[in-house]
Structure formats: C-alpha cells, structure tokens
Design a binder for this molecule. Structure first.
Ligand code: FMN
Length: 406
C-alpha cells in the first residue's frame, strides 16, 4: 500500500487521537454504561451498542475479489455475543467495484468465501450485516475493461481526488457515463441478486451503502444529480432509486434485516447538496414508514478532517434526524467511549459505530466497558497488505490488562 493511496481515501486521513489514559478507571466504566444496555434492532436484539463500522481493508483474494480465512479471522476477532458487525463495503457487481481487492458479493466463489466469515462470527455469537456497495463514478475502467466507463446519475467527474486503477495506481477520475432510464431496473436487479447472495452466505442482514458519495448518494444529492427525468430534480425523484433499492432488499430479507448508511452534509468524494436537511428528512421519513432495522448516519464533523481535528461547527446528524427516524439509529464518526455514551444517553443515537479504534482494538467493547487503554492504530496498514495491521493488534489478556501497546 502506497502512501499516496492512503491519502486518496480521505475517510482515513484523520490523525490518530491520543490513546485514552483512563486504564481501569471507575468513572470511565460508569460513564460508558449506556453503551452496554441491550437494544432492539429490527429482528435482532443486540446485547450492547458498540458496533463495528464498515471498513474497507482491500485484502480479498485475487483474482475474483473473494473473502478468505484471514478476513474471517479479522471479523471473528471483533465479534462478541450479541454484538453487531458491519462488513467493509462490498460490491454488488463488477461495474460497482471501485477499489482493487475490495470483496464482492455476486459470484458463487464470493458467497463461499463469505460463508467462512459468517460462520466464524456466528461461532462467537456475533451478528454480521453485509454493506452493499456500488461506487458509481468513483470506479475506473481499468477495474472492468469489459464494461468500460464508470456509471453515475450524471456525466460529471468528481472534482477532487483520484481513482485507483486495478494496479493500485492513483489516476485522474474518468468522466462517468450517465445511466439511462431503462438501465435502472438492472441496477436494482443487481442489488436484489447481491441480497440473495448475502442470504446464501449466511449473513444476518444487509446495509445499503447510500453514504460517502457512492452511486446511491450520487442520485440523492443535487451537486451530482443533474437529471431531468423521474430520477432527477425534486427530492422525491432523487430519492427514487434509493427507495426502489431498499424495497428490493426488503423483498429479499424482510424490513427487520435491512439497514442503510447515509452521510448528510458529507463532502467526501466531492459531494454537495443545495439543501440537505429536507432531502435527508424525506428519505428518513420514507425509511421509517418501511420500518427498516436501522438507519446509520455518518457524522459530518468527521468527514475529510485531514489533520485529525473534528469540525465542531458541523451539524449533528443524529440529533437533526432523530425525529424523522424513530427506529434504531446508529451514529458514526469521531467517537470515543465517553462521547459515545453521551450520544446514547441523550437519546440522539441508539448505538455507536466505531471505525479506526475498532481496527486497532479487536476487543473494543470490552475495553470501553473496562475503561481500559486503547491500542493506537497504524494508518499505513489500513488498505491492502497482509495480517500486519489487520489481525495482529493485541487484545487484553484475561485479567483485563493490555497485553501490549504501540
Ligand atoms: C480504513 C477505513 C475504511 C473505511 N471504509 C468504509 C466503508 O467501506 N464503508 C463506509 O461506509 N465507510 C467506511 N469508512 C468510514 C468509517 O465507517 C467511519 O464512518 C469513519 O472511520 C469515522 O468513524 P471513526 O471516527 O470511528 O473512525 C472507512 C474508514 C476508514 C478509516
């Protein structure tokens, strides 16, 4: 993994915050208690509210984008009885692939690979949702020469950043091809196929990746969607593809096994919308009517914070949309134990997804419960590579003391 590649994916450019020093601190234990209450989430009852955020790690077996036993070990390390894990973003089709070595969920081989992962998580009593992904214009034709240009809502290339070729080389984004009206049923069908594959692979549910500037978000937000047909213009029209896909996922899984990830006010992947509050309020109200398992919101304060500072002036997404979505709400972005507990205590969120700290602390729920020291994460091993920086972060030993710290 090259340094330029880690820079590319600004989801990862937040600098590591200092590790907490409240080892076995009684106050931390008490403060963190709200995270360890059970939670009804769709058809599931979670034993606690510390969720593994979806985290792209680019370590599937090549060729074929097939999950492997190393991936199974990684997820199993992070599984706890009754705890929810969400997979790394997983492409629903070759066209939807955006990064080399990201896994897929549309071939028999991939289903078999994922089966080893779900079995390993279930053996530890955990739940695993697959995050279903079509990257749209973030793709590159070198990842699928037989398909050609990436597709999107409109033929507009991302203003900033780079695409990654099949050879892990950063290059300028191509201008995508706008999907035609009669192609959209095929996109929905690709999601249906992936949802069935996820069932065959033994997942507990699916999360639609509608965040962070990928295909569904490209249709939602009017900075990128300039269409004049039934999928562009009004809020209802721009939300149409998202809701068609959600209905397709519900048809396969039932509403109690379908979640969604959204990133209101998110700027990652050159996204913008002229009026996010009514747009995302409408979407979340529509999702509430459908009684899906959960809505998962990425907090804009953590989006693209290149030097690690959270943007204190950014709106609070969980607080802003709580009323629009009365079901289980997961919030993600820049949390540590105490801020996570506050978000749950205040009622703004029901559960908190942790990204970077869960990368470096396989037993993060236990550490938060104990108020234990956290291992620091190593950003240079986030994307691609082997077990280094993936499955070799130490857990606490039996007595609750850290076995090692970087
Ligand atoms: C290495 C890395 C990979 C990520 N991959 C994904 C992904 O596949 N899907 C997604 O929705 N978000 C992804 N994100 C965003 C995280 O899920 C999360 O929202 C972000 O890291 C902020 O949470 P944190 O402050 O707890 O790390 C990724 C972030 C990182 C650092």
């Amino acid at each position: 993994m090259t340094e330029s590649m880690t820079e590319l994916m600004t989801e990862s450019t937040l600098a590591p915050a200092p590790a907490t020093s409240d080892n076995a601190n009684h106050h931390a234990r008490l403060h963190n208690a709200p995270l360890f209450e059970p939670l009804a989430l769709g058809d599931l009852t979670l034993a606690h509210r510390v969720v593994l955020a979806p985290l792209t790690r680019l370590r599937s077996t090549q060729p074929g984008d097939v999950p492997n036993t190393l991936n199974a070990t990684y997820y199993a390390q992070r599984a706890t009885p009754g705890g929810l894990l969400i997979t790394e973003a997983t492409q629903i089709s070759l066209e939807g692939k955006g990064y080399p070595a990201a896994p897929g969920i549309y071939t028999e081989e991939q289903v078999e690979g994922w089966r080893t992962v779900t079995d390993a998580v279930h053996a530890k009593g955990g739940y695993l949702f697959a995050q279903l992904w079509h990257v749209g214009r973030i793709s590159h034709s070198s990842l699928h020469p037989e398909i050609g240009l990436p597709v999107s809502a409109s033929a507009i290339a991302p203003a900033e950043g780079k695409a990654l070729t099949a050879a892990f080389q950063p290059v300028d984004f191509e201008t995508p091809r706008a999907l035609t009206l009669n192609e959209l049923p095929r996109i929905v069908a690709d999601y249906t196929h992936a949802a069935r594959c996820a069932q065959a692979a033994g997942f507990d549910g699916v999360e639609l990746h509608a965040a962070n500037g990928y295909l569904i978000d490209q249709f939602l937000e009017d900075g990128v969607n300039h269409r004049t047909d039934a999928y562009g213009g009004s809020i209802e029209n721009r939300s149409r593809l998202l809701l068609e896909v959600i209905d397709a996922l519900i048809a396969v899984w039932g509403a109690g096994r379908v979640g969604i990830r959204l990133s209101p006010w998110g700027k990652f992947n050159s996204m913008s919308d002229s009026n996010p509050l009514p747009l995302f309020t409408y979407v979340l109200q529509q999702l509430a009517v459908r009684s899906i398992a959960y809505a998962h919101l990425v907090e804009p304060r953590a989006n693209g914070g290149a030097d690690g500072n959270l943007d204190a002036s950014a709106p609070d997404a969980a607080a802003s949309f709580r009323k629009a979505f009365p079901g289980a709400l997961i919030s993600a972005g820049g949390y540590l134990g105490e801020t996570a507990s506050q978000a749950v205590s205040s009622g703004h969120a029901d559960a908190i997804a942790f990204g970077r700290w869960f990368i470096s602390n396989p037993d993060l729920p236990r550490r938060l419960q104990l108020g234990a020291t956290l291992n620091r994460y190593d950003r240079s091993t986030f994307y691609g590579g082997t077990e280094k920086g993936y499955t070799d972060y130490p857990a606490l030993d039996e007595s609750g003391a850290a076995t090692a710290n970087e």
